[in-house]
Write a protein that binds this ligand. Sequence first.
Ligand code: GUN
Length: 301
Amino acid sequence: MNTHKLIDGKANAARVLLQVREDVERLREQAIEPALAVILVGSDPASQVYVRNKILRAEEVGIRSLEHRLSTDTSTEQLLMLIAHLNADRSIHGVLLQLPLPAHIDELRALEAIAPDKDVDGFHSQNVGGLSQGRTVLAPCTPSGCLYLLEQTCGDLRGKHAVVIGRSNIVGKPMAALLLRADCSVTVLHSRSPSPQLLCRQADIVIAAVGRPRLIDASWLKPGAVVIDVGINRIEDDGRSRLVGDVDFDSVLAHVTAITPVPGGVGPMTIAFLMKNTVTAALAQHQALRSQSEALCRSIY
Ligand code: GUN
């Protein structure tokens, strides 16, 4: 295999996490203990694995973590009460609500209830809007991780043509906003795009986030393209269950400059950027408190 073409998510995530650990130590020296609350409603098996990994990774880098497991029949009101409680707790800096939620819960209301400065997933409309204005805000973790991999692989992204395949709120749309903020020309393709292959073949950079196993083959790619595969699809292959991406890895490898494998590509980056966002949130909240108290002192004396 052309291993020199592989974009190693594990190694890049380890580098980000090393920096996060150093940042956590520096915050602890100032008596700030970064803390992340993770809420899981129901018993979706994949979500349970994701949440466990998030908690484990937080412990590894010195971030205090609190896990709130709620039963499937939790009401929207009960969930909102827990979020309000976590918002008010100054010792907690990040609040993450694991998706998907049970169908009866009002997802948008729940996500909007998380205080924007604790919204380490970057899903609150204030952060979504800020990102689309090109501002530095808490941005969604998976696309942030993809952008980091692209910067490490391609260097300067300015002027590159990036095609994002998929328009989800978690990956496709924020990915497009981050690439625009990095001065790429951005095309977003989705299930209603006519001739997606033709458009995709013009791209220097392709980000596949559609959730369709091995949809993208060499006919979609310009020779030498850089490919980021966000898909994690479980398939049965020769009677064995295994994970594959949205890109037909084996058939495109000879065709590309670089590509993320599945697993071991984008996956580890998501958690690394969740940790990074938690530290960023802790620092911002501490600075906001300090300027509030300084303003109060000025008004008294
Ligand atoms: N479910 C799948 N991906 C994510 C994510 O990035 N954040 C949350 N909260 N839930 C998810």
